[in-house]
Structures are given as C-alpha cells and as structure tokens.
Design a protein around this ligand. Structure first.
Ligand SMILES: [Zn+2]
Length: 404
C-alpha cells in the first residue's frame, strides 16, 4: 500500500525520529478517499466491498469472522500470530518482517518521552515459563537516542528466578503483560523498591486501579500503561507528562464506534485491515490535554478483563497461562470456573473430538486439582460474552479478587 502516510515507508533509521516529530506536531487529518483508493487497488476482497463512491463511514466494518477470507501478499517473510482478543474468537493475523519491525518501533514510541539513560536495561514479562539469567546475553535494540538491552522473564517461571534476574540486572524499565507482572509481585512480595526501576510499562490487558497500585508499590516507580492489540499493534499509551492515553492516530485510523472500536492500521500492507472491529469500548476525550504531545487522547471504558483461575492447591493461575491459540482447528473458546472450583471450557471447532482432548490435556496441566469439562459450543456459556474470555465465580477466602 504505497502512498499512505505511514512512517513505515521511510527508512528504518528514520522511524524513531519521525514518530517523535509527529507526536509533537499538530495532527494531520487522514484523506479517507485516498486511503479507500489504496484498499480498492490492493485486492479483490476490498474491490468488491468498496464502491468507488462509498464514503468512509459507510464501508462495512471488517468483522473477526471475515479475516480468514482476506487475501494475503505472497511474501516469504510473513508470519502468523493467533489471538483470541476480547471475545474468545480465534483470529490469525499476518505481518511481514518489515511490518513486525515497525510494530516494535510504534510500541517503543512512548519511551521517546521517558527520562531514560542512553543505555537502558529492561526486563520484559512475556508468556511462557522460561526466565533469562543475568549472565544470559541480552537482546540489543537501538531506538531513538537509546540502546536497549533486554532480558525476558516468562510469567510462568519460578518467582525466585524472576526476582534474581531483577535484582542482578537492576532494570531501568520493566515492561510486559500486566497479569504476569502482578502475578509475580503477589507470589514474591514487594521487595524491589531499591532497585532503581524508573518505569513500569505494562500492557496486553485492561489495567485496573488495583493492579496499577500493586505495581507502583512493588517497584516504587511510575506506572505508565499501554493499550494495543495483536491485530493493529500499539493503539495508545499513557503519557509521562499528562498521564492521559495518547492515541497513535497518525499510524492507525481509530474510530470510537459505540458498537466497538474500529481500527485501520496504515502500516499493514500484507494483510490490510479496513475498519476492523476490535470491539473494545473507547472514547476520544472532549478536552485537549495540556501537553506538549499533540496526539489526541482517549479513555478506555471496556477492554479485555479476564479473571484469574484458582487451582486445587489454592494457587492463582494467570489468564495468560492458557495458550489455546496454539491448538490447531480451534475456532473459539471461553473458560469458566464455578463457585465450587470446577472448570468448564466451551469451544467451537470443526474437529471437536481431537480438539476437546487437547484442551482437556492442556487445562489439566495448567490448573491441577480441579474437575474439568469441555462443552462444544461457546454460545452455551452463560455469561456476558464480551471483554472476558475467562471468568471465575470462585473467590479466594479472605481476600478480594484483583481483577475486579
Ligand atoms: Zn500527554
């Protein structure tokens, strides 16, 4: 999709400076007609969908179920990621190598405005159970005026190993999946106030006030949230100056549709998404932030907010422990734990027998000591379908759930 105004079309070395410059400049409105012409020219799917005279607001939003029908460029660098978003419906997103690199550049944009040294040490919480050690070689990344050295901590790793990594690395920045960071803090206790962490920058899930307070107390650092999705990358980020969420409206056309957020990421050309219904509920703020960053600000009203599950030994199991996106032939899933602790996994699949067996195996491994049932048909699940893939009626005795 040549001709859009995404920074991706400039040289990679210019990305950080250009993203900084544009964050500080007056926003330029999108030329919707020009964008639609690019989508029409890209592939037959959009040519059939968009009449040459249809105004932007009348283009039917792209629903999750339609993604499989979207043509994808023939590019050997394309990789797939699976996500089950706010609803539990499985979606496959495809990006080529350059798009993946640009997604990272956009993800790092807020850090252009953080107070960080030129050599930044960061620990990033990711899915999985592997944890780096302080003597394992970090990943290097140069961005803007900083060089980042990154060590990864799997949210499912032993807390003592993560604690050792943090203590030895003394990171300036702690990033990664919100529930993973909170789960670690709760398992290990708040003992990291002297490490010199400057910022905790969580993402990937709705950040409740309770989670924010837990992180702030544990690291004695400023907590700056990020908001994004697998489908469209980094959407908005909490600002170190005004603390609102600035939206990356220069790189993503963001529409606060009352029926659910629509995103059009302008840097994705290999499998372009036009008015993709992400489904979260956001609104643009009525008043301008008194801030040197000029990107508009949003308020996130409703986004994914999974509960935690409690295993047979009373341990809390993070929503990120469930890697069902990797199960072949699984179209959708939702997990419920009843007040007595029993688990029921609702799912959709064209191969229910094999998928059911695999789901039961993975669920038993992730949540030992609980009765497990699988039910074909996620619509048989009896709770509100949006913003929660995982729900639990079981509460730890003597404490309130951190997700509420
Ligand atoms: Zn700001």
């Amino acid at each position: 999709m040549n001709g859009t105004r995404s920074v991706i079309h400039q040289s990679e070395s210019a990305w950080a400076n250009e993203l900084r410059r544009r964050a500080l400049a007056t926003p330029v409105p999108h030329d919707h007609r020009e964008l639609l012409a690019l989508f029409r020219a890209h592939n037959p799917f959009y040519r059939e969908r968009i009449d040459a005279t249809t105004p932007w607001a009348e283009i039917p939003p792209l629903e999750k179920r339609e993604i499989e029908r979207l043509p994808v460029d023939d590019d050997p660098t394309i990789k797939e990621s699976r996500t089950s978003g706010t609803t539990g419906l499985q979606v496959t997103i495809r990006n080529n190598q350059r798009e993946r690199q640009f997604r990272r550049a956009l993800l790092y944009r807020p850090q252009l405005f953080y107070d960080l040294p030129s050599e930044v040490r960061q620990v990033v919480f990711i899915d999985g159970a592997e944890c780096a050690t302080a003597d394992s070689p970090p990943k290097y990344f140069e961005y803007g005026e900083q060089t980042y050295r990154t060590w990864f901590a799997g949210a499912g790793a032993e807390p003592v190993n993560i604690a050792r990594l943090l203590t030895e690395i003394r990171p300036h920045l702690v990033r990664g999946i919100s529930s993973g960071i909170v789960c670690f803090i709760e398992a290990h206790g708040a003992a990291f106030r002297e490490l010199g962490v400057r910022y905790v920058a969580p993402g990937g899930e709705f950040l409740s006030d309770a989670w924010r307070a837990t992180m702030q107390a544990a690291f004695a650092a400023e907590v700056l949230d990020r908001y994004g999705s697998t489908e469209s990358g980094a959407i908005a980020w909490q600002c170190p100056y005004c603390h609102r969420y600035h939206a990356n409206t220069d790189e993503i056309v963001i529409e606060a549709d009352p029926a659910g957020l629509l995103t059009t990421p302008l840097f994705v050309g290999s499998q372009p998404l036009l008015r993709y219904r992400l489904g979260d509920i956001i609104s643009f703020d009525d008043t301008h932030a008194d801030c040197r960053i000029r990107l508009p600000t949003i308020t996130i009203t409703a986004a994914r907010r999974d509960d935690w599950i409690i295993d047979g030994a009373g341990n809390k199991v993070s929503p990120l422990s469930f890697q069902f996106e990797k199960v072949p032939q699984l179209a959708a899933w939702r997990l419920h734990q009843d007040g007595a602790g029993a688990l029921c996994l609702y799912f959709e699949s064209s191969h229910p027998d094999t998928v059911s067996a695999e789901l039961r195996r993975q669920l038993a491994a992730a949540v030992p000591g609980r009765p497990i049932a699988t039910v074909s048909g996620i619509w048989k699940s009896g709770w509100a379908s949006k913003f929660k893939r995982i729900s639990s009626d079981l509460r730890m005795p003597g404490r309130t759930s951190v997700t509420r």
